[in-house]
Design a protein around this ligand. Structure first.
Ligand code: FE2
Length: 385
């Protein structure tokens, strides 16, 4: 069987399918493999045999790859996976062998649109979660009467542009919940290319070098003259962290509220001060929200936070408060600070650079952005494990 290719979308379908039997052969070097791996909601066979080993010790390397099931090869850019594919294809003992088009970065950047507006009953508007499996993060799009508002878009600007075109809508506003540290935000670029208004919390963006419109607690916006988007300032993860409350039904929480845990307040080097802010936010702004409100977070730490059928990452505030009782029921600020300190862990070194890129303070070319942006997020206060 001749060597074939597959796309990141094909891979997503495969790893979300029940009983998919295949081997994912990652041929990046061991350190790249250790830093970031392909993950999915279902377990699958994966092995790492670096490309250089195939070059130097071909027979031994081929012998390390189990036969008997389709082999999907992934590498950094595409070329080495294709080379290894040709080697396996010539070895004849493998049937279906494929390489990932565009390499692992296409997986890292891929977005899967999932309609979530139905989670709160019949709505006239459409709300989409754009799931980014390679980063374990989510952005959102609110669509109504020819307009689309975006929330925390990633740098995959082409995806959002194509989505808007397909829906026949204009991107009018792109909101940031906070100054992101773990991925390069797309709002600035989208605003430049589409004319959408970049809207973000001033406490986080006061040093930004570009123009933006400030989202201030209590402000409201209407998408297509329809559903209201209310600004709720929820400091803690960062001083500017903000939730956007859509139609009193959906809360875009950024990195403040997750299905499991809450956003880390220690990423800015002021763990205690920001933990105090977060404690007040949870007590005064999040805890009083009606239990039926659907929270739509910016991240997930684990696929267990996604629904078992459609893989949407969402839960009602009632469910979240129940599942995270150990956090929401902490009765004293001092105990909350203690909880944060006990769960603190190193943050990836690239986070400091990503913040600067997101505020326009540092320019990085496409390749540099690609490298900075790859890898899973580290945003939750506790991994829940
Ligand atoms: Fe964050």
């Amino acid at each position: 069987m001749a060597l074939q290719s597959y796309t990141a979308q094909d891979l997503y379908e495969l790893i979300t399918k029940k009983n998919a039997d295949f081997l994912l052969l990652d041929v990046r070097n061991a350190s790249e493999f250790a830093r970031f791996q392909i993950e999915g909601p279902r377990t699958f066979d994966m092995t790492n045999v670096p490309y250089m080993e195939f070059v130097e010790f071909e027979d031994q390397s081929v012998a390390k790859v189990p036969t008997g099931k389709p082999v999907h090869i992934v590498c950094a850019k595409e070329g080495s996976a294709k080379c290894v594919g040709e080697i396996l294809d010539q070895a004849k003992s493998f049937g279906d062998v494929r390489y990932l088009e565009g390499g692992i970065k296409t997986w890292g950047n891929m977005l899967v649109p999932i309609r979530v507006s139905d989670l709160a009953g019949d709505k006239e508007y459409e709300l989409y979660q754009f799931l980014r499996p390679g980063k374990a993060s989510c952005s959102y799009g609110l669509v109504y009467k020819g307009e689309m508002m975006l929330f925390d878009p990633s740098r995959n600007v082409d995806f959002y542009t194509a989505f808007a075109r397909e829906k026949g809508v204009k991107m009018v506003r792109t909101f940031e919940t906070h100054l992101q540290a773990d991925y390069i935000a797309g709002s600035h670029h989208i605003a430049q290319t589409s004319g959408a208004t970049f809207t973000a919390p001033p406490d986080d963006f006061k040093d930004a070098v570009f123009q933006y419109s400030a989202s201030v607690d209590g402000d409201t916006f209407a998408c297509g003259g329809g559903p209201e988007v209310k600004v709720i300032h929820t400091p803690g993860h960062t001083p500017g962290s903000t939730c956007y409350f859509i139609d009193d039904s959906f809360l875009i929480t950024g990195d403040t509220v997750f299905v499991q845990s809450v956003g880390r307040p220690d990423l800015g080097g002021q763990a205690e001060a920001w933990a105090q802010l977060l404690y007040a936010t949870l007590q005064e702004r999040i805890a009083p929200l009606p239990g039926a409100v659907v929270a739509l977070p910016g991240h997930f730490a684990d696929w267990g936070e996604a629904s078992a059928d459609s893989y949407v990452v969402a839960a009602t505030m009632g469910e979240i408060r129940e599942h995270n009782k150990d956090i929401y029921n902490i009765a004293r600020e001092a105990d909350f600070i203690q909880f944060i300190k006990e769960n603190m862990r190193e943050q990836p070194p690239e986070y400091a650079v990503i913040r600067q890129v997101n505020a326009g303070l540092v320019e990085k070319n496409e390749d540099e952005q690609e490298i900075l942006d790859l890898g899973k997020n580290e945003c939750a206060a506790s991994t829940g494990k």
